[in-house]
Design a protein around this ligand. Sequence first.
Ligand code: FES
Length: 406
Amino acid sequence: MFYVAVHHPDKCQKCGVCSRSVSCPGEEEAVCYGCGACALICPHEALEMVEEKRKGKVSLKVNGEKVWVPERITVEAALKEISRRLPLIPEEQSVFAPCGVGACWACAVEVDGVIKPACNVGVREGMKVKTKLPEDYVPVRIVGGFTGFIPGEQSGPYVDGVRFAPYPEVCCYLAGCDFRCPQCQSWEISFKGIGNLFTPAHAAKRLTKEKEMRRAESITLSISGGECTLNRPWLIQFIKELKDLNPGPQVHILVATNGSLLTDSYVDELYQAGMTDIVIGLKALHLENFMHVTGLRDRDLAEKYCRTAWDAVRYIDTEYKDKITLGVGFPYNKALNDVDEVKAMGEAIHSIDPAIVVDLQNYTPEFRAKFLLAPDDEVAMVHRTLKDIGLEVVIYKTDDGRIVGY
Ligand code: FES
């Protein structure tokens, strides 16, 4: 099944995000390769991916073997077409393409001697593709930005289960995400395909510089997104570089993730690299709600992502209790996730460990979810519901932007 982007002028608000933030593989030739990046980022849903048959074929050489694939498709689609597996979850010996917008570079392949993201390059006649990268390849990905926060401005870090960290936080936002949340609160980073490519070493130096500007003895270096875990070799190397540049216990390294890819071995690797804190944004407990909140349409994939995130919470709580500070995020907005679902999530966390810090995230109207209601006092009621379950620490942001909790 192949697609082409169709523009709906009646919905288009001419905001320009599709030209500002999308890397279009067919821009020069004015040809649509059906990658879908423009449709993913458009907040007004003015671009729609519509099924279209391809009549012509082009020949490629994939790992030295000549193959014929439909014209006007991406290298990612071509690799799927010839059954070089491109799963949405990482597997050994396969290219993995989770973001689909050319941001995370987890899908990097060699195209005519140059490393490029397979999801964001169109096939051309005679193209040579190698799925095995050179031994000396250094991973890259787009970084959406760096910033800093004063203590209490962000919900993390949270130390020792009873108080906010009294020190600041600097954060690095990695572009690309494997979720399609209609209410994404950072959508211009999550679906952004244009930006500076950073190696792990380059990004670590940049975040460390941000830290040094704060002149604080204790500080948290946060890695967020988008979804920071998409490109595993990049993230592991980044954390190692951060640790090398910032040794000592006064510097915390926090990973903020949706948990969709956090297998046990990934958690082990993050810890060994130097991660000290983690916040896992659990979107829901039940599959229907999870699909509603994440915008994922593929039931099997959504089920896998949801289960992996919850399993990661259990694994970290069991295996890394005194080694990694663990928090979880619950999305709350009465137009998004009802109180019964949030309560069920709270009960599930309580059964794992009532001491796990819960960050109740009251989403604001954003991206495509203009239907969300602005935060109101109801979040305080949901907070009380979670406390009544017996959860020890539940925090949330008030209307005036303060983080409160106990
Ligand atoms: S999946 Fe291709 S860059 Fe992320």
